[in-house]
Write a protein that binds this ligand. Structure first.
Ligand SMILES: C[S@@+](CC[C@H](N)C(=O)[O-])C[C@H]1O[C@@H](n2cnc3c(N)ncnc32)[C@H](O)[C@@H]1O
Length: 261
């Protein structure tokens, strides 16, 4: 079941991104697990983009999509699956987190590893003046986030299917003011990922990481032994030639780390 991308990952990325954004039929097909031919879907999507039914159809695409199985298992972070969306989004004080991380109108382009449901993607996109480039290894998460962005008329989200651990962000060097690593740094050697993040930061840019605390009981989060700690921050910074600018409390359950160029 699920979306089948027949060609290589590059073709799949293009197809899914364009198809789900442009063609509601494609999003519905993904929902019911229908198989799509990537190239054909893109060309039909472009035709639909110019059709008068577009605005009406956009509103139909809000349902949560099932996760397709086994499409890109390559380097998915372990324990990075998500609970039900409403529950997940009840676990964060999003305005507080974004305020403390100083995500506001002064911020230009941003890259994000793991959009998930778009929990942070959409509120961040609303605050910044640049584009939010977000990536996920799960096609359903990309489709869902793009559908939410369309529903909320947010036009500065660019979401693509990508294994960021394996291939990096695929963005121009030094193009971003910030890279978001939210609820993702729970694997043993994140140094290489921090370097990939640092590579797309312009001078003055920041890596912004948040994660579940391991010094208190939390209602969710990966197993305690996998969770990163604020004390890991100097090692991450050293690995990528960054400095630890701030360690933050992000109640109720998270801490944050700001690494600066
Ligand atoms: C725990 S969720 C967090 C989502 C979002 N950052 C948030 O905090 O709401 C982690 C997300 O990262 C994605 N992910 C895991 N490994 C990945 C990889 N190697 N490349 C891109 N995305 C990945 C998962 O599919 C999942 O959607």
């Amino acid at each position: 079941m699920g979306l089948l991308i027949r060609n290589n990952v590059q073709v799949g990325e293009l197809a899914l991104q364009q198809a789900t954004f442009l063609l509601p039929e494609a999003a519905r097909a993904i929902e019911i697990g229908e198989q799509l031919d990537a190239q054909r879907t893109v060309s039909r999507g472009v035709a639909w983009k110019n059709s008068p039914h577009r605005d009406h159809d956009r509103r139909a695409r809000t349902r949560c999509l099932p996760l397709p199985g086994g499409l890109l298992a390559a380097m998915k972070v372990p324990e990075s699956g998500m609970p039900e969306e409403t529950y997940w989004e009840s676990l964060f004080d999003i305005p507080l987190i974004l305020d403390r991380l100083k995500i506001d109108r002064t911020v230009g382009h941003v890259a994000e590893l793991g959009c998930g449901y778009g929990t942070f993607t959409l509120p961040v996109a609303r605050r910044i003046h640049g584009t939010l480039f977000t990536f996920d290894i799960e096609p359903a998460m990309i489709a869902h986030t793009l559908a939410r962005a369309a529903e909320e008329d947010i036009s500065n989200v660019n979401a693509a299917l990508r294994d960021v651990l394996a291939t990096g962000f695929g963005l121009e060097p030094e193009c971003c003011d910030a890279v978001l690593l939210f609820n993702i740094l729970h694997f043993p050697q994140p140094d290489d990922l921090i370097r990939k993040a640092a590579a797309v930061l312009r001078p003055g840019g920041r890596v912004l990481a948040i994660h579940w605390r391991s010094d208190i009981e939390t209602p969710r989060g990966p197993p305690l032994h996998l969770r990163p700690k604020p004390s890991d921050a100097p090692r991450w910074a050293d690995a990528a030639g960054l400095t630890v600018a701030e360690v933050l409390d992000l109640p109720p359950w998270h801490f944050g780390v700001v690494l600066a160029t």
